[in-house]
Design a protein around this ligand. Structure first.
Ligand code: TEU
Length: 853
């Protein structure tokens, strides 16, 4: 634990010891704060070991290996205190009373074989709770009693601090029983009743100690207890129905933490360079964390920084437990994790385990001989029957790679081919082999131990291949470049669910609700995605689907783009909204390091850059799911604008150039396709300011900056309150509710954004994108958000009744989010709300009531 102030050791009381021996230990911390219904605990008194309560307690719990902490009560600073590897959930129960608070906290603790450390402060009003939680009278009344060490009671007999360790099940049962019998039981009879319940405190087993200031110090600091709250003393806990409602409603007690999150993706090579070599690095990211904090995101997905020959910019890993010198070292990684944690940001690692680098030690062994014990860790196959190895057509199957050419590479030394769905420096791991799977799980656990917050799993739905009884793989139908399409034989293969469930069991089960997992799943169907993400199945939390990203691909594929037909895009997202409404969860994205910039792709990166970037952001973030923001998207960054092949660095782009002729693409056609779709569009360095090289590097950037960086950069965006950045900041805040502290955003808004039922309006309209998010409230009108957006450069008149239907009542609506600053305010709904006039690329989110259907 944090030992600041330890020099004054005797001045403190130890209230408990905590150590997560093995797994399955959670903590419930009863906190307090401004207006807390738990007793208005003063900030000053919330101290453990000389530091503020949440910092001190959370540090101690993290150090002791507790992975799951529930804080009940209104913390002094909302939503603070993320610890690496520790999932902190918050609950602010709308009912009074420590018993209810403990019960609410326990509700957030996962079921099952589990113990819980309970820490509480200020329990003057609940002798029942005290009797329940403390072993004997001596503990309660005499803070100096030898061996007690678990409660600090002040002169007025109030318990200022208490700590104990319990098995969850019996504690829950005991609390429910006490609550049921409350008022009828007192003192000795209560204790006798509790004794019948056989509540046992689990013995402490050493570990980090939790200590507090002495009662005298507490008195000086203002105590845990705020007497002004005494009037509410004895307020009975609100009835059970309140809790049930809450569970069913937005703040349901079993809500995963990432339902409220927005994830920010960092592509390290292009984010910020700290050492002047022209390539971004870990210390560069750390130096720019305040930008993420200002945006308000709480998760950073870090594209690969592992040791790698960089054939595919790090998606070819040669050592999973080291950092590539290009990006720094493990110390820099630890620093990033720690600095991010200070800003309440968790780091999600990119997990690339469909393949390794061909320079990974595993592959070196595997290729060394046909009888090497690791031979079977990869996919080795002989030449096709009747063919000489190395001759055209001898490849074991006709599959074409994602990055051009065959998926098979002949290894001369042993005369066999190995499979690589991506580049030939990315051999596919053989997940059929249980040793491979265990090695991957061990590596994952190693990173969790280091304090990361989860994993984004690269092409995870390609790890199970359709393989016949005797190892046969099947040829695919021909594609434009002449190779076969193997996708049906390696996408969502037969053992996918088994593998993901096993991974969950082996890696995540001991820490329920702690980590975020998101699968990248090219070609995934909605039906499969529902299975992957149904929480009951315990596979992954969400997946990235690709259907919407393919809507502008032409007959020759992604580099032969066609114009987007807006109704298709609306329909696609709506289908995924509906499909994952009752089970599963959506990962929402427009951008990542593989996709062109959204403002250039489906917006207008010229005259209407700002409005269209804001509007596209609004649409995405108002869908149900966890939104992902890719670096620079929040600045409205544009495509690279490259006009010559020599400007590109991405192997996919460079390789496709070699195929263009076979596919019958002229040079102009190819360059136009690349300019629109190349992955390098997303990979140009982030523009930080208008200094040389946009403040990205003092050296020569590895890839040219996107044009316009002198204007379109973080410094300019942050200085302008009407910028894309500040718009994204508001979008991120929506899910935080009142805690975000932004005008007009409250918990009702968060509830609607997180959970509101989605309904697409005017599906066939080619320029209007409109939808509602609705929550039922008992007895009253339904609360709703209405999103209306003009996806074109021309003004758009909307006849509300005709286009949106008569369930939408705009009268009395307020503007929650707007692309144009002047749309905020009272005069927002002119004309009684019968018509809306949207300017080019304008969007508005209204908060309103809708009539029951
Ligand atoms: O991408 C896999 C993937 O399917 C694509 O987004 C891919 O970039 C595209 O289909 C190529 O046309 C993941 C990573 O995100 C990507 O950067 C890697 O190159 C790839 O896996 C291999 O690891």
């Amino acid at each position: 634990m944090d030992r600041r102030g330890a020099a004054r050791g005797e001045d403190r009381r130890e209230v408990g010891r905590v150590a997560a021996h093995g797994r399955g230990l959670s903590a419930v911390v009863l906190s307090g704060g401004r207006g807390s219904r738990l007793g208005g605990v003063s900030k000053a008194a919330l101290r453990v070991g000389g530091v503020a309560l949440l910092d001190g307690v959370l540090d101690a719990l993290a150090a002791a290996g507790v992975r799951d902490v529930v804080v009940v009560g209104d913390p002094p600073s909302p939503d603070r205190a993320t610890r690496p590897g520790v999932r902190v959930t918050r609950e602010d129960p709308p009912f009074a009373g420590p018993l209810a608070a403990v019960a609410a906290g326990l509700d957030l603790v996962p079921d099952g074989e589990h113990e819980v450390v309970l820490l509480a402060c200020d329990l003057p009003r609940s002798p029942a709770l005290l009797a329940l939680l403390l072993e004997d009278e001596a503990e309660r009344s005499d803070p100096a009693a030898p061996g007690a060490g678990r409660a600090v009671v002040d002169a007025a007999g109030r318990t200022q601090w208490l700590a104990g360790r319990y098995a969850v099940g019996p504690l829950r049962a005991a609390i429910d029983a006490v609550r049921a019998e409350r008022g009828t039981l007192e003192g000795a009879s209560l204790r006798a009743a509790l004794a019948r319940l056989e509540l046992e405190r689990v013995p402490d087993r050493g570990g980090a100690s939790l200590d507090v200031d002495t009662p005298e110090d507490l008195a000086a600091a203002g105590r845990c207890h705020d007497p002004s709250m005494d009037e509410t003393s004895g307020t009975p806990d609100q009835p059970e129905t309140t809790r049930r409602e809450r569970r069913a409603g937005h703040a349901g007690t079993h809500r995963p933490w990432w339902h409220r999150s927005v994830v920010y993706q960092v592509y390290p090579r292009s984010f910020a360079d700290s050492d002047g070599d022209g390539v971004g690095d870990l210390r560069g990211i750390t130096s720019r964390l305040d930008h993420l904090a200002a945006l308000g995101v709480d998760v950073l997905w870090l594209s690969p920084v592992y040791r790698s020959p960089q054939d595919d910019n790090g998606y070819d890993i040669s050592d999973y437990t080291d950092v590539d010198p290009l990006f720094g070292d493990l110390a820099a990684m630890d620093e990033l994790i720690a600095e991010a944690a200070k800003r309440e940001i968790g780091i999600v690692m990119d997990l690339v385990v469909n393949h390794t680098s061909d320079e990974h030690a595993w592959f070196a062994e595997s290729r060394s001989s046909r009888d090497n014990p690791k031979r079977d860790w990869y996919w080795w196959r002989p030449a096709r029957e009747g063919f000489e190895p190395g001759t055209p057509g001898a490849e074991p199957t006709n599959w074409g790679s994602f990055f051009s050419g065959s998926t098979w590479q002949l290894d001369e030394a042993t005369g066999e081919y190995y499979l690589h769905l991506f580049s030939r420096k990315q051999p596919d791991l053989n997940w059929e082999n249980p040793e491979v799977r265990q090695a991957v799980y061990a590596m994952m656990r190693w990173w969790l131990e280091r304090g990361v917050a989860g994993f984004r799993m690269d092409v995870i739905n390609l790890i199970s291949k359709h393989v016949g009884e005797h190892g046969e793989l099947t040829d695919g139908a021909p594609r434009a470049d002449g190779w076969g399409n193997g996708a049906p034989f390696y996408t969502d293969g037969p053992r996918m669910h088994e593998f993901l469930a096993e991974m969950h069991r082996e890696v995540f089960d001991p820490f329920p609700g702690t980590y975020l997992t998101v699968g990248e799943t090219p070609g995934v169907t909605l039906e499969e995605a529902r299975l992957y993400t149904d929480p009951e199945r315990r596979e992954v939390d969400m997946v990235f689907q690709f259907e919407h990203m393919g809507l502008d691909h032409g007959v020759l594929g992604k580099f032969d783009p066609v114009p987007l037909h807006l109704p298709d895009l609306k329909a696609n997202l709506a289908r995924w909204q509906d499909g994952l409404a009752t089970a599963g969860w959506n990962a929402l994205y427009w951008n990542n390091h593989d996709q062109p910039r959204i403002v250039s792709r489906w917006g207008d990166d010229g005259e209407h850059r700002v409005a269209s970037a804001k509007t596209l952001g609004t649409i995405l973030h108002l869908h149900r799911g966890t939104p992902y923001v890719y670096q620079g998207e929040e600045l409205g960054m544009r495509n690279a604008g490259f006009t010559a092949l020599t400007q590109y660095r991405d192997l996919e782009s460079l390789n496709v150039a070699g195929d263009a002729e076979t596919m019958g693409m002229s040079t102009e056609h190819l360059l136009a396709g690349l300019a629109y779709m190349s992955r390098d569009n997303a990979r140009t360095p982030v523009a930080w300011d208008d200094s040389p090289n946009a403040g990205f590097t003092t050296g020569t950037p590895w890839l040219s900056l996107a044009p316009g960086w002198e204007r379109i950069n973080a410094a300019a965006e942050r200085a302008n309150s009407d910028s894309v950045f500040h718009h994204y900041r508001r979008l991120v805040a929506l899910r935080r509710g009142a805690a975000a502290g932004q005008d007009g955003i409250d918990d009702g808004v968060a509830a609607l954004v997180i959970d509101g039922a989605f309904a697409l309006l005017a599906p066939e309209h080619e320029r209007l994108w409109a939808f509602t998010r609705t929550l039922e409230t008992e007895g009253g009108p339904r609360e709703a958000l209405l999103v209306v957006a003009n996806l074109s450069g021309e003004p758009l008149e909307v006849d509300v009744a005709a286009e949106l239907g008569d369930a939408v009542v705009l009268e009395g609506a307020s503007v929650l989010v707007a692309s144009h600053a002047d749309a905020y305010g009272d005069a927002a709904v002119p004309d009684g709300g019968a018509h809306l006039a949207l300017r080019p690329w304008e969007s508005v989110v209204y908060r309103l009531a809708v009539r029951a259907a």
